[in-house]
Design a protein around this ligand. Structure first.
Ligand code: FO1
Length: 453
């Protein structure tokens, strides 16, 4: 099972010396295939195991609260790893410098890393690989089925990837081996590692101090159990923003604090009638978003949209716009549409937004922008700057679906949108109690939301 999840990133053979797991996307000590593999290699070779993380200065549009939330989770990772006698070291800097330097300092014999689908962290890896003198393998510890095995190409939609995933699910959706207490360490390196650990702990304590948010693997597991027991039975009502029936796990998944595989196993165990619906979202739709970013290098612009969508949007570029807003108008929720402003206010104040409204929100940005390119930029900027789960394949795929028709089909042609699926305020009003949602946001955020409905 382990071998099926990994790929070799160079031809260098493993040598003697500690096995280093470069943790990045999968920030958890338990249920982590990359760590399980690194430990199995270290045990087989009777070598120490070290987990290394490199703290980059500004990841996409992430802000301090995101870093604080991540640091809180990493403190828990450090605690768990140390209880298993595995050192956890963080070094700030660009991975292209920090990773090769760290490997040299500890005399590493093998490097194991988790995998990425977004451009920036994939570039980290390419840069690291150019400067490497030890073997490097990568594991997809994020997806149930490794993104490169689920499909060899960009998929058209859920209907094309679904059968591929279901065909492989029984083979990959299996229990995950437990992390064991690690029996090997190297005495001469211990003092240096001890100092690095002290620095790491201090860094994480400083960074996480300001975070009032629940974060980390324990909080994620609690939330998962609470969802499975109390909200899963009502999951079919998830498109109503006034119902609290979703899992609220997306940010924990984003930071890798909980394994998707663990969630799938636990939810399946409940045998609840809504399990299949939830697993479709968790597995098929999420892996479709991963597939999109992995195989489409232009996932963050109109260039990455299908030809029919690019054509229709260009044809309608000169259509008159009743409303045109700049990014700062959008950011500060100063549009004429009170529902949209409420959704934007919720995003800025709480870092979340109900799923149905994420689509409405992005489609209105298209309607009120000069062209689709500007709509893409504004939506991606806001998504990455404010959402807890921003800076992730799901966000890029959601925006590309809403604005660029990705994974969707052509609909009846209309102004501005061309054949891109349209969403209207009147449609929203038919679906749920819009005023109830607006009042809820006002209460929750202590602001008054302007505009009309
Ligand atoms: N991963 C890292 O390896 N180092 C970082 O400093 C880092 C910061 C960071 C900030 C916000 C955020 O949302 C994610 C961050 N990640 C970081 C994780 C990771 O690179 C991303 O979650 C994935 O690439 C997105 O799929």
């Amino acid at each position: 099972m382990l071998e099926k999840r990994l790929r070799k990133l160079n031809e260098i053979q493993p040598q003697s010396g500690p096995v280093v797991y470069w943790m990045s996307r999968d920030q958890r000590a338990l249920d982590n295939w990359a760590l399980v593999y690194a430990q199995s290699e270290a045990r087989a070779e009777k070598e120490p195991l070290i987990v290394f993380f490199t703290l980059v200065d500004a990841f996409l549009e992430a802000r301090d609260p995101h870093y604080a939330c991540m640091a809180k989770g990493l403190l828990e990772v450090m605690e768990t790893l140390e209880s298993k006698k595995i050192p956890f070291i963080i070094v700030p800097g660009n991975p292209k410098d920090t990773v090769p330097r760290f490997l040299k300092e500890v005399g590493a014999g093998q490097l194991v890393s988790d995998s990425h689908v977004l451009r920036e962290p994939r570039k980290w890896k390419e840069d690291v690989n150019r400067n490497l003198s030890c073997s490097h393998v990568e594991m997809d510890a994020h997806n149930i089925i490794p993104v490169w095995l689920a499909s060899p190409k960009a998929e058209y939609g859920a209907y094309t990837i679904r059968p591929k995933i279901h065909r492989l699910l029984d083979e990959f959706l299996v229990s995950i081996p437990e992390l064991e207490s690690h029996p090997y360490s190297r005495d001469d390196a211990d003092e240096w590692l001890r100092l690095q650990s002290i620095r790491t702990r201090q860094l994480l304590l400083d960074m996480s101090q300001s975070s009032p948010e629940a974060s980390g693997s324990r909080a994620a597991m609690d939330r998962m159990r609470d969802f499975a027991e109390n909200r899963l039975p009502d999951y079919s009502m998830r498109n109503d923003p006034n119902q609290s029936v979703t899992s609220e796990l997306s940010r924990f998944i984003h930071f890798g604090q909980i394994s998707v595989q663990r969630i799938a196993l636990e939810v399946r165990k409940t045998g609840d009638a809504s399990s299949d619906e939830f697993l479709e979202e968790l597995i098929v739709r999420r892996e479709l978003a991963e597939n999109f970013c992995y195989y489409n290098p232009r996932y963050d612009s109109l260039e990455g949209a299908p030809d029919w969508a690019k054509k229709t949007l260009h044809e309608h570029e000169a259509d008159p716009r009743e409303y045109l807003y700049r990014t700062d108008d959008l950011e500060e929720a100063r549009t004429h549409d009170r529902l949209w402003n409420a959704a934007q206010t919720e995003m800025v104040h709480t870092g979340t937004m109900p799923g149905y409204l994420r689509m409405y929100w992005a489609k209105k940005i298209l309607e009120w922008s000069k062209n689709a390119d500007e709509a893409y930029s504004a939506a991606i900027y806001l998504n990455n700057r404010y959402f807890w789960d921003g800076r992730d394949a799901n966000g890029y795929a959601g925006i590309a679906w809403s604005i660029g028709g990705v994974h969707d089909r052509a609909w009846a042609e209309r102004q501005i949108f061309g054949k891109i699926r349209y969403m209207s305020l009147s449609g929203a009003k038919r679906k749920f109690d819009v005023m109830q949602y607006i009042h809820h946001v006002e209460e929750q955020t202590g602001t008054s939301v302007h505009g009309s409905v």
